[in-house]
Design a protein around this ligand. Structure first.
Ligand SMILES: *Cc1c(COP(=O)(O)O)cnc(C)c1O
Length: 379
């Protein structure tokens, strides 16, 4: 096996436990969309099932893929069309809640599965799914006129918690959500509703956003939503979360090349050896999720030491300089994300550092790891 994406069971469970200790009585939903942010949907659902209250996914098909591994409910947060909605026919009403924004969608669901519960999405400032203003009023009126519908909650999503330490935009969103809540309770005519708003960052730093349920994605995997979120969290009093990254990505050296000084490496000849160099070839490239912008910038860890990426990242391969590492040979492990300790040497490439080097965020870095690479659960 040339690739191994190791998922730490204890790191995932530690995140849930840590969150539970700060969020109080809110329900904990683990967000496992996009192959659990690249960590492996089925493995993560299996590990987390005993520890969480439910799972959040983007699409019905993700709930279907993991449905048999847990008895917990799924919240389907993204859009689906009428054809795709037919997958709902096989699922139990106690196990699936969908998120809807508009009267048309509510009608469509009630024709297909009138027994399935749904939450109403409300736009309070994200400008994505959900309605606001007069369109929202119309949805509430419709719900009020149809007391038989299985409407069980309202939700919203924050636009600007991760990128700032000043939370005034989120506070305004919460104020609008509170207004919607007042209106919702009238429209519900006694139907019990729950409400939720917080993803990882808000759940961590905005206590008033925790409400009935928190939807935790990135932090579940032991990663901070951003540096600003980490700083904000640490500046608050009270218990502080201890997060440990749950993922390590490891490949193996497939060839060693001993090249003389002034040799070119890779497409475009963007790298030239300064001295006689030992260059290792690794079977990972942008197809596998190793970003091309890491060309000549990132490093991997081999034998507990840094091996810089030299030349351009190819579609399925990269080259790294291992001249300074003793006893390198084909078949040896190369750590792309994670720490490696070996023979008294230790170094690490974090998902955060890799994201920074490729001009993106940790969310994208782990989500891009190709789903075909084998995930293995450790500890
Ligand atoms: C992805 C997502 C989340 C989780 O966000 P994190 O920042 O990863 O915790 C929560 N709610 C909605 C609606 C989402 O789309």
């Amino acid at each position: 096996m040339l690739h191994r994406v190791e998922i730490s069971r204890s790191a995932l469970l530690q995140s849930v436990e840590q969150y539970r200790s700060v969020i109080g009585r809110s329900q904990f939903y683990a967000i496992v969309k996009s192959n659990a942010y690249g960590h492996g949907l089925r493995h993560c659902v299996q590990i987390l099932s005993p520890a969480v209250d439910g799972f959040g996914v983007n699409h019905i098909s993700e709930a279907v893929q993991a449905y048999d591994l847990t008895d917990r409910p799924f919240l389907v947060m993204g859009r689906f069309d009428a054809d795709e909605a037919r997958q709902l026919l096989d699922l139990d009403a106690s196990r699936i809640t969908v998120v809807l924004s508009d009267i048309d969608e509510i009608r469509q669901l009630s024709e297909l599965r009138p027994d399935l519960p749904f939450h109403l999405k409300i736009d309070t400032g994200m400008g994505r799914l959900g309605r606001r203003g007069s369109l929202l009023d119309r949805v509430f009126s419709y719900l009020e006129e149809h007391p038989d519908l299985r409407w069980t909650g309202i939700m919203t999503h924050f636009a600007n918690v991760e990128d700032v330490t000043d939370q005034s935009f989120a506070e305004e969103q919460l104020r609008l959500f509170e207004e919607a809540w007042q209106r919702a309770q009238v429209a519900a005519k006694g139907r019990p509703l729950i409400r939720h708003a917080a993803a990882s960052a808000a759940a961590m730093i905005l206590p008033q956003s925790r409400l009935d349920l928190v939807r935790v994605g990135i932090s579940l995997y032991g990663l901070w939503a951003s540096q600003a979120t980490k700083l904000s969290h640490l500046s608050l009093g009270g218990p502080h979360l201890q997060l440990r990254p749950a993922l390590r990505w490891i490949t193996k050296i497939v060839q060693i090349n001993d090249l003389p000084a002034a040799s070119k490496v890779g497409y475009g000849c963007t790298y030239q050896t300064q001295q006689a160099s030992r260059i290792a070839v690794l079977p990972v490239g942008y197809n596998e999720g190793y970003d091309r912008r890491l060309s000549n910038r990132a490093y991997v860890v081999i034998g507990g030491r840094r091996a810089p990426v030299v030349g351009r990242v190819c579609m399925n391969m990269i080259m790294v300089d291992v001249t300074h590492i003793p006893d390198v040979h084909a078949g040896m492990d190369a750590v792309l994300i994670g720490r490696q300790e070996l023979d008294g040497h230790s170094d690490e490439m974090t998902a955060d550092a890799m994201a920074e080097l490729s001009g993106t965020i940790n969310y994208e870095t782990t989500t891009r790891i190709h789903p075909d690479l084998k995930r293995v659960v450790v500890d």
